[in-house]
Design a protein around this ligand. Structure first.
Ligand code: C2E
Ligand code: MG
Ligand code: MG
Length: 632
């Protein structure tokens, strides 16, 4: 007759099938303990084969064959059902609720209806899903995408997942980050020598620290000695499992030994009181770490400083804004303002720092660094009536600053205009005389091409000077009642030749009789000329430009100019009325600004709408009678 070893070597599928039918499998349970309190918080179900002749056969002997033959599916289902039933029975016997861990082979995980099966077993046995934990190994990651979906489904029904034998397979940190794993089990191979082998010690410590950072719990397998326990407690491993506490036991035996097992940690490990203190410290440190992370992730920036030897030294600085400015905490912490800011800047900021340090509440200031504007507010922190540090918080105000700047610029346009007029007046006279001389030269030099170029450039300069002069204020408005029909006719006349040359037809549409409007004839003419000029330039291939006169409301008239030109892109549209923004290659960008200003001064508005390659519509709305006193 075969001995046990020979029997195991020659195991067949039929043997396993038989065992399943004859109900020779059993579950043993090994407790998992909370290392801080020493209480049993769960058990792991481990299968045994109680062979009638060969005795207890270890799973290492038959699980591989079961996996290979697919028999692991019925066996695994039996394990799940039995373990859940057992856990429910314990709960009903008023044993403190524990989590039942069941090992799951890759083959089981990939079976098509695993999630439904587990759900069914939970329903059947009446066990709440949070009391079932599935132990998987890294081998299930052969199809990462598929595995992830299954694990997500399992999490959805409420069971827990732990990663068994961590560190022995293809451990990828990616899994830890992406997979919904509640606990990792450090493999016994690392635990075995962690108190004698410094490399194993380092690995164990690193796994614990990393898992905690990822908010994953850690359990150590194979705790066999007091030294193991103390080492793991010192390194804040959450839970432990191993022969030191108990071997896997049949259920009745575990029940009997329950109380005794729960005393082991207290007896063998770090004394409870000391350990609790250590845990508190660790919890505090991790809370601090969390705070630091939060500070870092917040959009703004937080910093602190204290006075050391008459200097304000930064003791903290973090937040997204800091990185946006192009700095890191290392640039700031342990340093004073002078170390990272320009002397002049540092001097100004120092005054605010001092005010807060002297106890002034709500000191605020704006600053700029590397193109980023921020608003800082300082808050003195007192202890025993004394300011011990100052906390500063900053928010990004770059966008607001830009808007403000733009508004300021537009408001200052009249100032710019006056300045421009000053320059323009100065330039106009020498420009006129240069032009005169060039014209004289033209008669004497035999290279008229250059002269033409010079003259055309001078002409352009004259235009610019002219625009500057218009922009400038000191001008008198000559307001009178005007017949707009006549005014428009005069404008059209100016474009007649140009329109014929470009094959453009200007159509005027107005069926109504319009009253006269009260305006500065020349200025309004200038506005219409500008709009028509733009329309003509936008239509190099010809077409029609429609000019309509409509009632806008009972008090104002709308002049609508519709062209079929190239249009203006959305991006350009945003900037269209900004001073010095031009859609034309050689434009000064002042034309529209001036037109807008003129219309505004008449109490009206200009609206532009444009679609690229379809055309642009410009509406000029003017009141019939604008009674507001016009500024001079
Ligand atoms: P595992 O899931 O890593 O289980 C832990 C193994 O370590 C168990 O061996 C346990 O008895 C053993 N162990 C626990 N504490 C100590 C200790 O302090 N020192 C030492 N040296 N060993 C300790 P076991 O029961 O022989 O199970 C071996 C493996 O067989 C399990 O490894 C698991 O992968 C597999 N297995 C057991 N039951 C099942 C099951 O129901 N289904 C599946 N698919 N696999 C199972
Ligand atoms: Mg396991
Ligand atoms: Mg294991």
């Amino acid at each position: 007759m075969l001995n046990k070893e020979q029997f195991c070597k020659g195991l067949t599928e039929a043997n396993l099938r038989e065992a399943l039918e004859r109900q020779e499998f059993q579950l043993y349970y090994q407790p998992k303990l909370e290392l801080a309190s020493g209480t049993i918080e769960g058990v792991e179900a481990l299968i045994r084969w109680e062979h009638p002749e060969k005795g207890l056969v270890s799973p290492a002997e038959f699980i591989p064959l079961a996996e290979e033959t697919g028999l692991i599916l019925p066996i695994g289902e039996w394990v799940l059902r039995t373990a859940c039933k057992q856990n429910k029975a314990w709960q009903e016997a008023s044993i403190p609720p524990m989590v039942m861990a069941v090992n799951l082979s890759a083959r089981q995980l990939y079976q098509s209806n695993l999630v439904e099966k587990i759900q069914l077993i939970l329903e059947e046995t009446g066990l709440s899903p949070e009391y079932l934990e599935l132990e998987i190994t890294e081998s299930i990651m052969m199809n990462v995408h598929h595995a992830l979906n299954i694990l997500k489904d399992l999490k959805r029904i409420g069971v827990q997942i732990s990663l068994d034998d961590f560190g022995t397979g293809y451990s990828s940190l990616y899994y830890l980050k992406e997979f919904p794993i509640d606990t990792i089990k450090i493999d016994q191979r690392f635990v075995r020598n962690c108190t004698v082998d410094s490399k194993d010690a380092t690995i164990v410590k690193a796994i614990i620290a990393m898992a905690h950072q990822l908010k994953i719990e850690v359990i150590a397998e194979g705790i066999e000695s007091k030294e193991h326990l103390i080492f793991l407690q010192q390194n804040f491993c959450n839970k432990g499992q191993g022969y030191l506490f108990s071997k896997p036991l049949p259920p009745e035996e575990l029940e009997q030994r329950f109380v005794e097992i729960e005393q082991i940690t207290n007896r063998e490990g770090i004394p409870q009181k000391v350990y609790k203190q250590k845990w508190l410290e660790e919890a505090l440190e991790s809370a601090r770490q969390e705070l630091r992370d939060t500070v870092r992730q917040q959009q703004g920036m937080i910093f602190k400083f204290t006075e050391q030897n008459g200097k304000f030294i930064h003791t903290l600085c973090d937040g997204e804004l800091l990185y946006r400015i192009g700095l890191t905490p290392e640039h700031i912490i342990g340093r004073e303002l002078m170390d990272f800011r320009h002397v002049r800047d540092a001097g100004t900021k120092l005054q605010y720092y001092r005010r807060a340090w002297e106890g002034e509440e709500y000191v605020t200031y704006e600053g700029e660094l590397n193109g980023i504007w921020y608003l800082a507010s300082l808050r003195p922190i007192r202890r025993g009536g004394q300011v011990v540090e100052v906390i500063g918080s900053c928010v990004d105000i770059t966008e607001r600053k830009k808007t403000e700047e733009f508004i300021r610029k537009s408001e200052n346009l009249s100032v710019v205009g006056r300045m421009a007029a000053g320059f323009a007046h100065e330039i106009r006279n020498p420009l006129t005389s240069i032009k005169g001389f060039v014209q004289l030269l033209q008669k004497e030099v035999d290279k008229p091409l250059y002269i033409d170029t010079i003259l055309s450039e001078i002409h352009r300069m004259e235009d610019i000077v002219g625009e500057f002069l218009t922009l400038a204020k000191p001008q008198t408005h000559q307001m009178k009642e005007i017949d707009v029909m006549i005014l428009l006719q005069q404008v059209f006349l100016l474009f007649e030749t140009q329109a014929i040359m470009k094959n453009i037809e200007i159509i005027q549409e107005n069926s109504l009789d319009f009253p006269r409007i009260y305006c500065d004839e020349n200025q309004i003419k200038q506005v219409f000329i500008h709009i028509l000029q733009n329309a003509l330039e936008a239509m190099p291939d010809g077409g029609t430009i429609k000019v309509q006169m409509l009632w806008h409301d009972s008090d104002s008239i709308k002049f609508r100019f519709v062209d079929q030109g190239c249009g203006i892109s959305e991006e350009r549209m945003k900037h269209i009325a900004e001073p010095f923004f031009s859609t034309k290659e050689k434009g000064t960008g002042l034309g529209l600004t001036i037109s807008k200003k003129i219309v505004q001064e008449h109490g009206g508005t200009i609206n532009i709408e444009s679609i690229v390659n379809q055309g642009t519509t410009v509406d000029v709305i003017l009141p019939i009678k604008h009674c507001v006193e016009l500024e001079h």
